[in-house]
Design a binder for this molecule. Sequence first.
Ligand code: SAM
Length: 283
Amino acid sequence: MMTTVATSSIAMNDEIFRQLRDFIYEKTGIFVPDNKKYFLENRLSRIIKERNFRNYEDYLYFLKYNATKTDIAKLFDAITTNETFFFREPQQFEVFSNNLIPQIIKENAQMGRKDLKIWSAACSSGEEPYTIAMILLEKPELVSIRKEIYASDISESVLMSARRGIYGNYAVRNIPPAYIAKYFKDSGGLYNLSESVKSMVKFLNINLIDEKEVKQFKGIDVVFCRNVLIYFDDKAKKKVVSLIYDVLRPKGYLFVGTSESLHNITRAFRPVVINKVVVYQKL
Ligand SMILES: C[S@@+](CC[C@H](N)C(=O)[O-])C[C@H]1O[C@@H](n2cnc3c(N)ncnc32)[C@H](O)[C@@H]1O
């Protein structure tokens, strides 16, 4: 599959590569290193062909001076990597469910709060926030707690599939069979998520490096920001992590992907290790 894409992609010279790369970085925080020119060639060739741009120079000019919000959204759809599945990195969900939730409910009750606010900050097609929703639904002690789950992404096309809530075999392969039976309807090899889960999640288009967009949130108990910081350089990571810091409640928690770390990125969080899982706590 890689070969097909590579042979049909349009070559880019180094100068326009750097200009497009800088434009994308400025808009999204996604940093494409020098040795990944092929990545932009693969991802952007289709737009060049579909929209009949003469070359990448014309496309960049268009992006800078004439593009509508929809055109910029198409660029974001093209350059993001949206790999995800239900119950990805399950040890984190266990710690979330068994350790963090009871703790948070207790602390919130002491503050007179009867709610729980979770944000899945780069939710792709919805598997992560819906996993969180099913976990919360399975907890009888949360029946009288107001549960708010926000889920956001920069790519409008993944948000559309998230709202649809219909998944294939790959996405559901790690879901415990009892949850499949309870929360999905099997229709022609596809898995339709039940309304009881879908209605728990509010999806929004939020660009994580955009201060104004992120600042819509406040008092969040737990942020899941997993497998997205890897696409940013350190400067963008620092900005995103500091924006997340601001929307968390005091002592709130942040999960990053298991292959990611906040080492050298921030000192505003304390890494807490629970059952070998690292979770970052706002100081
Ligand atoms: C690999 S997926 C991770 C999905 C999920 N968190 C998981 O771990 O399975 C990364 C997601 O980050 C989103 N993303 C990339 N840059 C972003 C930005 N600046 N703001 C918001 N989302 C972004 C992409 O669109 C993509 O859906």
